[in-house]
Design a protein around this ligand. Structure first.
Ligand SMILES: [Zn+2]
Ligand SMILES: [Zn+2]
Length: 197
């Protein structure tokens, strides 16, 4: 399945305001069809850090899912075409060194918290509405090539020269979690739902 790509020719302010989908809304996302078997995850432990080396982190398990987000917020935050986020439970993101500093960043709908190295200010991970889930920026991994997106989201604002491979699910906005995430990730999501915040 290859969703229709929407291209905007107008000015940024005329573009329909996009927003990230908070983790709460992942519980009831819009209906979409996708092949869940396409989702694969690295089995090795993922480590990364900032540019100056003061902050180091490790993911203590595979991420829940890996998104490549083409929304305008992510483009603005990264100064680039998209962001690659590894979604993982907050208690599975282990800090090995340093103490990232939280910066509250406005976005089109609400606010996002971004944790940065206090020295070099590299953005390492962020949080949307749920403190239970971190969005780790894959570009800060020691080996960014060790992961690849399970899904491309918000492709309606994808830059026109970015080509998404046919083998990876892509969505104009978002997708139905139950149809994309592997069973293990869905089970972990159930645990998160059951936890009091
Ligand atoms: Zn640093
Ligand atoms: Zn985004």
């Amino acid at each position: 399945m290859r969703p229709r790509q929407v291209r905007f020719a107008g000015e940024r302010r005329n573009v329909e305001r996009l927003r990230e989908v908070p983790i709460d809304e992942i519980l009831c996302p819009p209906q979409m069809n996708v092949d869940r078997d396409r989702v694969t995850h690295p089995s090795q432990r993922l480590e990364g850090g900032c540019a100056c080396g003061a902050v180091r982190y490790r993911l203590t398990s595979d991420p829940l899912v890996i998104h490549c987000c083409h929304c305008l917020n992510c483009q603005r935050q990264t100064g680039s075409a998209f962001v690659i986020n590894l979604l993982i439970e907050t208690d599975r993101l282990e800090l090995l060194a340093g103490e990232p500093q939280r910066v509250d960043v406005p976005r089109d709908s609400g606010e996002q918290n971004i944790w940065r190295c206090p020295s070099c200010q590299i953005a390492l991970y962020s949080q949307y509405t749920s403190p239970k889930v971190r969005f780790v920026r894959a570009g800060t991994l020691d080996d960014p090539s060790s992961v690849s997106p399970d899904a491309h989201i918000f492709t309606r604002s994808k830059l026109p020269w970015v080509t998404i491979p046919d083998s990876v699910p892509a969505f104009e906005v978002y997708y139905e979690t139950e149809k994309l995430w592997p069973p293990e990730s869905l089970a972990r999501l159930e645990v998160l739902r059951g936890q009091s915040s």
